[in-house]
Ligand binder design. Structure first.
Ligand SMILES: [Ca+2]
Length: 259
């Protein structure tokens, strides 16, 4: 009798195994859009398709304007119901200016949608920006020249999602529990996914990073998400609706034959 129960238990464990094991998955993404906004109260400056992103003040040559980066990633490939276990957002710094200076930077979750038009910078590096084109985000526009931010400089959550000191020219990685909360909210539908805005500490000179419009994907911004998907509902359903009744029926037949 005990042997039969062990056989039944072995069958049970064999079928349960694929249901109970969930494998962690790592997803690596490049931006679906990124751009720079310039502290120009008329909203005439943008830099949608330049090679560089910025955070900080651009100096006398550019009018001492503050520059901020907007960036967004498509996380719709993460199945609904997944648990986000880790998020890291990285940018490859490349500016020769200020490389000996440490600048604190903060990513904040954006609260409004925005556009990446076709604007190009008028200068080589992009620190001065160029003429905004239709659909560009600017300091005052979400989409130039018709839609506006509620607050010039972008609408975002006041508390930063991640903070990091940017120093030399290497890939910098922002990671935090708040970024995990952001992406979990995107996946669950609790937050609209408008991405993040990168802002430097007040008055700091610009730090510069490669955009997803730069020359080589190896230097593109990157979002790495670790998540655990829920088990396939089909497997659970099959087990509950077909396997268990079949095992119980077989057991009843065995008992009836012995009587
Ligand atoms: Ca861009």
């Amino acid at each position: 009798m005990m042997a039969r129960y062990r056989f039944f238990a072995l069958n049970l464990a064999t079928f349960l195994l694929p249901v109970s094991l969930s494998h962690g998955i790592t997803l690596s993404l490049t931006p679906i859009k990124d751009t720079v906004i310039y502290e120009d109260p008329t909203g005439s400056l943008a830099n949608a398709r330049g090679s560089n992103l910025f955070a900080g003040v651009n100096g006398g040559g550019g009018g001492n304007l503050e520059l901020r980066t907007l960036i967004s990633f498509d996380v719709s490939g993460i199945p609904s119901g997944s648990t986000i276990t880790g998020v890291s957002l990285s940018l490859q710094a490349n500016s020769r200016l200020g490389t000996s200076t440490t600048v604190q930077t903060n990513f904040h979750r954006l609260l409004g949608d925005w556009g990446e038009g076709t604007s190009l910078p008028s200068d080589g590096g992009g620190g001065s920006g160029g003429d905004a084109t239709p659909g560009d985000a600017t300091w005052i526009h979400t989409f130039s020249s018709t839609d506006l931010w509620d607050t010039p400089g972008g609408d975002f959550v006041a508390s930063p999602s991640a903070t990091l000191d940017v120093t030399e020219n290497f890939r910098h990685t922002w990671t935090s529990p708040e970024l995990v909360t952001d992406v979990q909210g995107f996946v669950d539908g609790d937050f609209d996914n408008f991405g993040w805005i990168l802002i430097a500490e007040p008055g700091a000179r610009t730090k510069r990073f490669f955009s997803h419009d730069s020359f080589d994907s190896i230097v593109f911004p990157q979002l790495i998400v670790d998540y655990t998907p829920i088990p396939e509902p089909g497997v659970t359903s099959i087990f509950l609706t077909l396997i268990i009744p079949a095992l119980l029926q077989r057991r009843r037949r065995q008992i009836a034959l012995r009587r």
